[in-house]
Design a protein around this ligand. Sequence first.
Ligand code: F6P
Length: 324
Amino acid sequence: IKKIAVFTSGGDSPGMNAGIRSVVRTCAYLKIECVGIYRGYEGMIEGDFKPMDARSVNNIINKGGTILKSARCDEFRTKEGRKKAYEQLKKEGVDAFVVVGGNGSFAGALAFNEEYNFPVMGMPGTIDNDILGSTYTIGFDTAINTVVDAIDKIRDTASSHNRLFFVEVMGRDVGHIALNAGVGAGAEEILIPEQNLGLERLLDSLKRSKKSGKSSSIVIVAEGDRIGKNVFELKEYVEEHLPIYDVRVSVLGHMQRGGNPTCFDRVLASRMGVKAVESLLEGKSNYMVGIRDNKLILTPISEAIKAHTEIDEELLRVSDIMTT
Ligand code: F6P
């Protein structure tokens, strides 16, 4: 392998730049050529490549977003799209690629490898922390810190006005952001897809909390929660069934994907980038670099995309105890 391409794909996440930097600098260190591909698979199909050397990634470790841009690409889901991508990579003389992204991006890499026997390596970059084979994904730590910071602020005003807030957080189909940030921010209730609390229990819990002397409350709702009502409907429902509360809603949205990455995410991305390049040079392919028990591990991409990581049962229990 003489030339490696790196790109970011799917929803961006803080720390992706640190990951790009790590791949580029590891290549430079090992005297391998490196190219960046803009806009993920879309740019691969269009041949939007840029040679990268150690200096082209100066001053990006601290920046959110991704300097290579990101995209979700439907054309790469087709055989024709992947053929175009292969031709562009060959034209550019690329021998292998590292993709920083989530499940969809890995599924694309796997299909590509199966068709062209092209060496691929994945690095998990998503705020959702939903990828099997890694306890943490790049961007998750920053996102939960952003959410905690936002909820701390919401709590100030909630408490001044004795209000109940429903705060919706991201996470797609999983509740990792909600649970971790909820425990960290001391939320009164946390609604996640992995555990359907039910409307009755929610009302009971809110009644109990009022009775126990709490004047304000924060309920975190994961966007993928299955309670059957979105945050605005929940507000109406509670106002109707529990008129003791003055209710407000806050949907945190894409602010959760931005911002300077935390030290944890920068270090994680730096470690994963080194491992990704070194693994390719050792002849490995079709793996995702992950972290478990603070050790870097490789999981076959075919395994990593099979399921989401399960919710941490111990943390669920802690959350139950903390909300009494
Ligand atoms: O996967 C990251 C994520 O931010 C999810 O938490 C969210 O459901 C989704 O992406 C939002 O996607 P988009 O940026 O396309 O609206």
